[in-house]
Unconditional design. Structure first.
Length: 607
């Protein structure tokens, strides 16, 4: 159970947001976002030590996020509040906040956050004893982490799933999941995960009575915990090493491990674990016939257990004290302790019954909330899809007509430039050449005459190039890849910018409309880079994958604020062209760090 809580460490694994200071309104907005993030970080740090304060701080962060319309702030605030309520065993409220976090993470497009919200909802079901639903949620979280290539998160979720299978008695499935988790964590050299995975594997081997293999895993885990300076993990390893030795019939060795672990737990201030070690030592002493030493240790353990109010441990202590007094011949104390044991067991059973009933009620409420949320989401999605379909049809018809008109107009202008303006300029140049050869030009006028001839040459070349660009001659004749190559060579030859073009999996021509849309998009993006970015290098990646045709244009220029320029004509044109192909356009940029534009078109469009 303890190993499952590790999945809640999402926000401590993520790098803190880097907020740039911008003038006027933007400076205020970014300052507010930074303040919100700091409040959430503070709440996360307080969630174990001071839950009430954590909830107060998280509520402030949520209010600020709503005031400035900061979606990721809303997601993180709700996530933090969900974790706090989870730690307080208030599973109903935990579910509500985690579900809200899930929706906001979806809105923000944060797949890491989506995955962790789902994962923690799975933990709620696990705590409520519904292993099937817990595994469903873990599986959904695992799928996102794998799709996002989040190998650390994948390993962590696999650990959680293995723990559930172990609790349910499915040791084969548990071991398979653990081995997969360990393979990933060891490759990543993620010792925090590897150490927990090794300890879980050791517990499985102990259950299967493979004592030497179990001891080996606990020892490996202990070494990693020592490297991490994790006293809790080290103490846990000593506890299981002692249990392994005890099950192997080696009481002296077991006591030695228990004693070492008890010292570590005591020094770390962990009273609960220290009590467990004292009880374990006492039980080994009792097996060896050292009843008086066992009684002394159990009385020390009782003093600690009464401070922590842990009745299950107190029950075990009373039971063992009864056995110890009986072995020492003190039947009166033995009977007295046995009565305490019976009384404590009755209290525990009553509490368990109430907890089970309460958990069942909460489980029903959580199930109802999930069902209602799904219904609302389905209804909302259906309405949105219907509206989107109507708008899409209208938009497609309009844009198709517009783009066909644009292409026709481009072709007409290209033909006019080439046939009429280009021919006229060429004729003028011939006449000028004739004049130069036949006339006696005064020497001082010769240089001016030659300059006019040169300017006519430039004009003819420029008209030819504009005509070429408009008609996309290379594109029509040789295809998209060669056309982009030609475009890159033209830019490269002009100097000032290095252009790289990398392709893979493009062995055949695409549909003409698709080639035109992609070529015009590349032209538009490169034009923007040359005009505004101040880039020294442009790289174009174009490749065909199993499900997507992917085009990426990357530059090392000054970047821009996507919120300020998202409505620009160039970007709008690119989005419109790609939307017509059911594709997506993603801009990854910010001031000072260049820009990467990714275009993805589903392969189904090509078929």
């Amino acid at each position: 159970m303890l190993h499952l809580i590790a999945t809640c460490n999402y926000f401590f694994l993520k790098e803190k947001e880097k907020i740039r200071k911008l003038p006027s309104e933007n400076a205020t907005r970014h300052s507010d976002k930074q303040q919100c993030s700091l409040l959430i970080d503070q709440a996360m740090e307080l969630r174990h030590s001071d839950p009430a304060a954590a909830l107060t701080v998280a509520a402030k962060a949520l209010a600020l996020s709503e005031a400035i319309h900061f979606v990721l702030g809303k997601a993180r605030s709700n996530f933090c509040m969900g974790l706090v309520h989870f730690n307080l065993s208030d599973y109903e409220r935990a579910f509500i906040f985690l579900h809200r976090a899930h929706l906001f993470f979806q809105q923000a497009g944060d797949r890491w956050g989506i995955s962790n919200a789902i994962n923690n909802i799975g933990l709620i079901h696990f705590r409520l004893g519904d292993y099937t639903k817990a595994l469903d949620h873990f599986s959904a979280s695992l799928q996102i982490k794998r799709e996002s290539h989040d190998r650390f998160g994948t390993s962590n979720v696999l650990l959680s799933m293995a723990a559930i299978h172990r609790e349910a008695g499915n040791t084969t499935d548990a071991q398979q999941l653990l081995m997969e988790s360990l393979k990933i964590s060891e490759a990543l050299k993620a010792d925090t995960l590897t150490s927990k995975g090794l300890m879980e594997l050791g517990i499985l081997l102990l259950i299967e009575e493979k004592f030497s293999e179990a001891a080996e895993k606990f020892s490996e885990a202990r070494l990693l915990f020592e490297q991490q300076h994790n006293p809790g993990g080290i103490a846990q390893c000593f506890l299981y090493l002692g249990k392994t030795e005890s099950a192997s019939g080696k009481p002296e060795s077991a006591i030695s491990f228990f004693q070492e672990g008890q010292i570590i737990a005591r020094d770390a201030g962990d009273k609960s674990l220290s009590t467990v070690f004292l009880v374990s030592i006492a039980m080994e002493k009792l097996k060896s016939g050292e009843s008086l030493e066992s009684i002394a240790l159990l009385l020390d353990a009782r003093a600690l257990a009464e401070r922590t109010l842990e009745k299950p441990v107190q029950s075990v202590i009373a039971q063992q004290l009864s056995a110890g007094y009986e072995a020492a011949g003190n039947l009166k104390e033995a009977l007295k302790e046995y009565k305490k044991f019976i009384l404590l067991k009755e209290e525990i059973n009553a509490a368990d019954t109430l907890t089970t009933a309460h958990n069942h009620q909460v489980s029903v409420k959580v199930e109802t909330l999930e069902r209602e949320n799904k219904i609302l989401e389905i209804e909302k999605l259906a309405a949105l899809n219907e509206l989107t379909a109507q708008l899409k049809t209208q938009e497609v018809n309009t844009l198709n007509a517009m783009m066909e008109g644009q292409e026709k107009e481009r072709s007409r202008i290209a033909a006019d430039l080439h046939d009429r303006v280009g021919s006229a300029l060429s004729a003028i140049k011939l006449h000028m050449d004739g004049i130069r050869l036949s006339a006696d030009i005064i020497s001082q006028k010769q240089s001016s005459f030659e300059k006019v001839i040169s300017m006519l040459d430039d004009a003819v070349n420029e008209v030819r190039q504009v005509s070429h660009d408009l008609a996309s001659g290379v594109l029509v004749k040789f295809g998209l890849v060669d056309a982009i190559h030609d475009l890159c060579n033209t830019i490269q030859s002009a100097g000032g910018v290095e252009v790289n073009f990398i392709t893979a999996g493009l062995d055949s021509r695409l549909d003409h409309k698709i080639e035109i849309a992609l070529y015009r998009s590349v032209q538009e993006l490169i034009s923007n880079i040359l005009k505004y970015a101040g880039a020294k290098e442009i790289t174009i990646y174009f490749h065909r994958q199993e499900e997507w045709l992917s085009l990426m244009v990357e530059d090392d220029g000054i970047g821009f604020d996507p919120e300020k320029k998202s409505s620009g004509t160039g970007i709008s044109n690119v989005r419109s062209r790609i939307n017509l192909l059911n594709g997506i356009t993603l801009f990854d940029t910010s001031p000072g760090r260049g820009c990467t534009v990714t275009i993805k078109i589903p392969i189904s469009v090509l078929l």
